[in-house]
Each structure stands twice: as structure tokens, then as C-alpha cells.
Design a protein around this ligand. Structure first.
Ligand SMILES: Nc1nc2c(c(=O)[nH]1)N[C@H]1C(S)=C(S)[C@@H](COP(=O)(O)O)O[C@H]1N2
Ligand SMILES: [Mo]
Length: 563
């Protein structure tokens, strides 16, 4: 009889939801600490990685795009590279948090029905909740540097501990429901519960803050968070092939060679960076070949090498975005590699596999036609930075970065070309780079009085169309007629071109728009297209206010936008 009263007072789905919402951040903080202290798996990112690999591509990209838009709107969007990473991390945490909320509410609902009285079901529930994540983490198996056995023990402990706590909270809350049989104290019971929840929330918040704080302190030693893992010096412009070109970049234009520490980074790796031992690393090339090989890094470095300045861009770079860079690449031509391995008659393609299960395919035919396709081991004369693919990565001229595996682990010669990692996720099959022109600077602090007594402001930026080259860059001010900019000779026929235009200006706010033509006169695509699936198109534009040089510089307003 009193049982029915208790029934109605026992916590259910909604209370579980609240408990899950409050406690899951502490669970995340624990994983974070484990990762930072001992290289244990960080489950939220494993979950995200697993989704990135197994869910239809659009699902995550849409989410990431939306997050990026939000971050930009909130003013965090200065650097799209890190914005994209932030968006990914935010999504990973959000996704995992939701699973915790779901687990706790389902557990409370079930416990309520089954009239659970002790904490054992919590333990079992926690293990059931954790099992899929443990499987995912092992399937993804990229972030963790700790051993498998240790990781397994840790994950089982943490998930069962989480379940225990949820189970314990459930039994505490349903216990507070029981003395409430003295009906008069129903309100007091409510208070008890509330107090209890507040206390649980406080404990969880403390754990979360302490965990995140400690983890962040340790994070300083995470190579991914260090601006300059290797080679912080930027290249001396005087040694570049185009040194002495009469067109000097407008002040504020990006460096012609991207300092490596500033180079963008995009990959599917969300936790600790893949790491390989310089001395132990071997590259196996197997499959349909006369000579299977296992090369050490020294073997590869002793082969005939080629060096070229190259611009690489990411297909998810927005017009004017930061996912593009120019670096000096050194490596071995894949033509040389073919000579060494001697592919069979029926061999058609190479499967190049990089860390994180990232695979891309290159047709042997294409290699035979293009000696520039490179197995690369150095950037700016130094071994590749860990974040940019140490020890080996590929370069294929005229293709976006998605075609060029980093952290190469193996190469297999196979009978048929296949769709690579991002192609299977509905990105462009060929990923040919699209012509782009970007305004880097309307140099308000470098305005000058010309010999003609008029006032000019230098405007500068880059244009790039892969190996198709750039023959013309034009600007339009305040939607006026197009005028032609000066082009600086590019460092190589595969790097971006730096352009400059000294504009005779009136004081005040102006809109500046840029467009380019490829080497053969093909105009840049004006129509705005999103990055997905073939890479962004559209003109870059910028609104900027320009003041006379002799005036003390007032606070000026700046804004960038895609045209
Ligand atoms: N193993 C691996 N290689 C990869 C990727 C990846 O996710 N995993 N991403 C590709 C993409 S989409 C780009 S744009 C380039 C980026 O190279 P970077 O990070 O050195 O700039 O790496 C490519 N190679
Ligand atoms: Mo990319």
C-alpha cells in the first residue's frame, strides 16, 4: 500500500537526465586527465574519430561547418584552422556528453521500473554503457600511447565507476523517497533530494574544473599545442629563386614561404599525434610487384631526391581561409620507386596508407606520366614535423591535400584504383585545386604620397591555381571597374603568386574585391560554392577604412568577407 506512494516518489527518467547532465562532465574530465598523465584513451575524441570514419561523411561535416559558423559569429574565427579543430573538439565533447545524459536517464527509468535497491545494477549498467566505447576506442586506436592492457583496465574501471556512482545516486535518491512516507514531510523530501543533487553537482563540477585545469597545465607539453615543434626559422627570402624580383609584397601580405610553425594542419587525428621512431621506422611496399621492399628512412634519404617549393591547400579551405601554405618539399619521385619495385603487368594503382586508417590511391599510369609525384621526407630541409606527417608523406601536383597521405605506414600495389578516405565520404574524386585569389592586406599604415603628389595605399595578397599558374590578378574598388595588379614571379611554377596594387584612395571606408586568371587565361570561378564537395569558389573581398598618411592613425574598422 505504501509501495504505490513510494513508486510515485522514486526518481525516474527526468531525474536521471539531470544526473547525467551534471555528472558526465566529470567523466570527461577523468578521461582527459588519463590522457594527459598516462596517454590513456580520450573517449570523446575516439567516439568522434569513430564516427568520422564510419558515419556518412555529410553528418559530421555538416555539424563541423555549423560549429565553425557559430565560432566565427562569436568572434573565435580568426584562424579557420584552429577554428575547425575547436569545432571538432566541441562536437566530440557534446556528442559524448549526450551519451552520458542518455545513459543516466535510461538507467533511472529502468531502475525505477525494476525497483532497484542496490548499486550492483549501476555497475553492470556502467559496463554496458562503456562497452561500445571501449570497442570504438580500440578500433580507432590512434590517440592512446599507453598499452592496450592498461587502457582496457582503465576504461573498465572508469566506466564501471561511473555506473556505480549513477547507481549509488539513484539508490540515495530513492531512499530519500522512502522516509517520505511521513506524508507531511513530502516537501522536506524534495529539499533533501535537491540538496543531494546540488551536492553531487558541486562534486562533479569540482572534479571537472580540477581535472580540466590539471590537464590543461600538462597540455603545454603536447606537441599539438606547441606552436613550433621543429624548425621555427622562416626561410631567408634572399635565397629564394625569385629574390630580386622588382615587385615587392605590400606590407601585411603573408610570407611567401610559410613558416612551418604557422603551417595549417588538417587530419582525422584528434588526440595524441602519431609518432614513429626515426631509427625503427620501415616502409613496406608490397603487393603486385617483382620486388617487395622494406625501406628504412636512411634507405629513402639516400635515393635520388628532388626538391621544390610547393603550395598545398586543403579542400575545406574557404575563400580567403588559412588552410593553405607554401613550403620547400624534398623527397623521392614515385617514378624512381616504381623502378625499384617493378610492378607486375596487371598492377594499376598504389594504395598509400597513413596513420588513422587514412588511405589514398594513385594510378601507376599517372605516376609514369608525372615525375613530380613525390614521396616526401623533408620540409624546409628538415625532417617533416610530427604534426605534418613525419616520417613520410606524399605530394601530388595540382591536387588538394586530401589526396596526400601523411604519416605513411605502408604502400600496397593493387589491381584497381579505389576511392580514398575522403572520397568515400563524398568529397571530390579528383580533388583538383581551384583557382583562388585572396586579399591579405590593405596597408592602411603604409599609405604614401606618390611622385605625382597623390596618396596611395598598397594592397596585396596571393593567387594560386596549382600547376596551372596565374597570369592575371585584378582588383575592383567600391565595385568600380577592374584594374590589373602587378605580379611577383612565383618561387616555383607550383607556388602561389604574390600580387600588389598601389591604389590611389580617398579617405574613408572602401570595398576591395579580387579575382584572377589561370595561366592559360581561364577566369577564376565567380560563383560562390561551398567547400564541399569540390572546394570553395568565389571572389574574396574586404571592407577596410583608409586614412591619409599624415594623420595620426585613428581606430579604423576592418572586416573581411567572401564576395
Ligand atoms: N594520415 C593522414 N594524412 C592526411 C590526412 C589525414 O587525415 N590523415 N589529411 C589530409 C588532408 S585533408 C590535408 S589538407 C593534408 C594536410 O596536411 P598538413 O596537416 O600537413 O597541412 O593532409 C592530408 N593527409
Ligand atoms: Mo584537407
Amino acid at each position: 500500500m505504501s509501495e504505490t506512494i513510494q513508486e510515485t516518489k522514486k526518481p525516474g527518467l527526468l531525474t536521471g537526465l539531470l544526473v547525467g547532465a551534471i555528472l558526465t562532465p566529470a567523466l570527461i574530465a577523468l578521461f582527459f586527465l588519463g590522457e594527459r598523465f598516462a596517454g590513456l584513451p580520450f573517449i570523446p575524441l575516439d567516439l568522434f574519430d569513430w564516427f568520422a570514419r564510419n558515419a556518412p561523411g555529410e553528418f559530421l561535416t555538416l555539424g563541423i561547418d555549423a560549429m565553425i559558423d557559430i565560432l566565427i559569429a562569436l568572434g573565435f574565427g580568426q584562424d579557420l584552422d584552429s577554428t575547425a579543430k575547436m569545432a571538432e573538439r566541441g562536437m566530440a565533447l557534446g556528442m559524448f556528453w549526450l551519451t552520458g545524459v542518455l545513459f543516466a536517464s535510461l538507467f533511472f527509468a529502468a531502475a525505477n521500473r525494476l525497483n532497484v535497491k542496490n548499486v550492483i545494477p549501476g555497475l553492470i549498467g556502467g559496463l554496458m554503457y562503456g562497452a561500445p566505447f571501449i570497442l570504438m576506442s580500440f578500433a580507432v586506436n590512434i590517440g592512446a600511447t599507453a598499452g592496450d592492457a592498461l587502457s582496457l583496465v582503465w576504461l573498465v574501471l572508469v566506466f564501471s565507476g561511473f555506473g556505480l556512482v549513477i547507481g549509488w545516486i539513484y539508490s540515495e535518491l530513492s531512499a530519500t523517497a522512502q522516509p517520505a512516507a511521513k506524508e507531511k514531510t513530502a516537501a522536506a523530501t524534495g529539499m533533501d533530494r535537491r540538496q543531494f543533487l546540488v551536492r553531487a553537482g558541486g562534486a562533479s563540477a569540482t572534479l571537472t574544473v580540477v581535472g580540466a585545469g590539471l590537464g590543461a597545465m600538462l597540455g603545454v607539453s603536447d606537441p599539438d599545442n606547441v606552436a613550433a615543434p621543429i624548425n621555427t626559422a622562416s626561410i631567408d627570402p634572399n635565397v629564394l629563386p625569385n629574390a630580386g624580383d622588382p615587385v615587392s609584397p605590400a606590407p601585411g601580405t603573408r610570407l611567401e614561404v610559410t613558416p612551418i610553425r604557422n603551417h595549417y594542419r588538417i587530419d582525422t587525428v584528434s588526440g595524441t599525434l602519431p609518432s614513429y621512431d626515426e631509427a625503427d621506422y620501415v616502409l613496406p611496399i608490397t603487393g603486385l610487384v617483382a620486388n617487395e621492399v622494406e625501406w628504412t628512412l636512411d634507405d629513402i634519404r639516400e635515393m635520388p631526391s628532388m626538391t621544390e617549393y610547393l603550395t598545398m591547400g586543403c579542400i575545406s579551405n574557404r575563400v580567403g581561409g588559412s588552410l593553405i601554405g607554401t613550403t620547400k618539399w624534398t623527397g623521392v619521385s614515385f617514378q624512381h620507386i616504381l623502378e625499384q619495385i617493378d610492378p607486375d603487368e596487371n598492377a594499376k594503382a598504389l594504395r598509400i596508407t597513413g596513420a588513422g586508417g587514412f588511405d589514398e590511391y594513385v594510378e601507376i599510369e599517372q605516376i609514369r606520366e608525372d615525375e613530380r609525384i613525390m614521396l616526401c621526407y623533408a620540409w624546409d630541409d628538415e625532417p617533416l614535423p610530427q604534426r605534418n606527417g613525419f616520417p613520410l608523406r606524399t605530394h601530388i601536383p595540382n591536387r588538394f591535400g586530401m589526396k596526400q597521405p601523411k604519416w605513411i605506414e605502408s604502400i600496397e600495389v593493387i589491381e584497381e584504383w579505389q576511392e580514398g578516405y575522403w572520397v568515400r565520404r563524398s568529397w571530390s574524386r579528383d580533388a583538383l585545386v581551384r583557382a583562388t585569389a585572396v586579399i591579405d592586406s590593405v596597408s592602411d599604415d603604409a599609405t604614401f604620397k606618390g611622385d605625382d603628389g597623390k596618396f596611395y595605399v598598397p594592397v596585396g595578397g596571393i593567387a594560386w591555381a596549382g600547376d596551372r599558374g596565374i597570369s592575371k590578378v585584378e582588383l575592383s574598388f567600391d565595385n568600380g571597374e577592374w584594374v590589373e595588379a602587378e605580379l611577383r614571379a612565383p618561387i616555383s611554377d607550383r607556388t602561389w603568386v604574390i600580387w600588389r596594387y598601389d591604389w590611389e584612395f580617398d579617405e574613408g571606408g572602401h570595398t576591395v574585391k579580387v579575382r584572377c586568371e589561370e595561366g592559360d587565361g581561364t577566369p577564376q570561378i565567380e560563383e560562390k560554392n561551398p567547400v564541399r564537395p569540390d572546394g570553395a569558389t568565389g571572389y574574396n573581398s574586404r571592407i577596410e577604412s583608409v586614412n591619409m598618411p599624415d594623420q595620426s592613425s585613428e581606430a579604423d574598422s576592418e572586416a573581411t568577407a567572401e564576395a
